[in-house]
Write a protein that binds this ligand. Structure first.
Ligand code: AMP
Length: 222
């Protein structure tokens, strides 16, 4: 099963993808996480990608697409994957369709998360991530703080703010790119009949955990 997480930055894609992955036992593949690991390991891919990521721009397709194509060939993705952060443009979606159809697969479900814009910006500013690249747990210092300030509950490593979350210009740029390049994917997948839109907002008391639970239940009943 191939699931895609769609939604602006800060809507909770990573949280929902992580919970779905635990429950349906297919890996969560986050392009942002793969880039950040490469940046912290100072690999050639990381050094190149950082030039774009630090400014809030998209990493070019000639780097991103082969990286995803390769990741999908790993043994753990044999039964499927939850793609978090890819595709981000219509062009990437078409390339994904091509790579999946070569393997006789297709996109089965697209989870589109929607959150009011002021909440999104607040969540990006209050997001903290674990510095342990094997853990990568995400917290929100207002909504889901760690038990001990600045320390990951799961592995004890320090938490930090993502570089691109602390720069208001990069945040603005990422949201603009989302509107311009990524949001047309909602229509693209709606036309394919695989779109499931879910609102996540404190105003309706519906968070990522609630959304993940309802999707898992529906998948089990299918
Ligand atoms: P994310 O963790 O998904 O917010 O991704 C962090 C950054 O990585 C983005 O702002 C982009 O610069 C880059 N990135 C992640 N996924 C993609 C993608 N599918 N295409 C291009 N750039 C990406």
């Amino acid at each position: 099963m191939i699931i895609i997480m769609l939604g602006a930055q800060g809507t909770g894609k990573g949280t929902v993808a992580g919970l779905l992955s635990e429950n349906i036992r297919i890996p969560q593949i986050s392009t942002g996480d793969i880039f950040r690991k490469n940046i912290s390991d100072k690999t050639p891919l990381g050094i190149e990608a950082d030039k774009y990521i630090s400014k809030g721009n998209l990493v070019p397709d000639d780097i991103t697409v082969p990286m995803v194509e390769d990741r999908l060939t790993w043994e753990d993705a044999k039964e499927g994957a939850i793609l978090d952060g890819f595709p981000r443009t219509i062009q990437q979606a078409e390339k994904l369709d091509e790579m999946l159809s070569k393997k006789g697969k297709k996109v089965d479900l697209v989870v589109n998360l929607v959150t009011p814009r002021d909440e999104i910006i607040d969540r990006m500013l209050t997001r903290r991530v674990c510095t342990n690249q094997e853990c990568k747990a995400t917290y929100n210092i207002k909504l889901s703080p760690p038990k001990v300030e600045g320390i990951c509950d799961k592995c004890g490593f320090a938490l930090k703010q993502r570089a691109d979350d602390s720069d208001p210009e990069a945040i603005k740029k990422r949201l603009e790119i989302y509107e311009e390049k990524t949001s047309p994917l909602v229509e693209y997948y709606k036309n394919k009949g695989v779109l499931r839109t879910e609102e996540i907002s404190v105003s309706i008391n519906r968070m990522g955990t609630d959304v993940a639970k309802s999707i898992v239940e529906d998948l089990k009943n299918d």
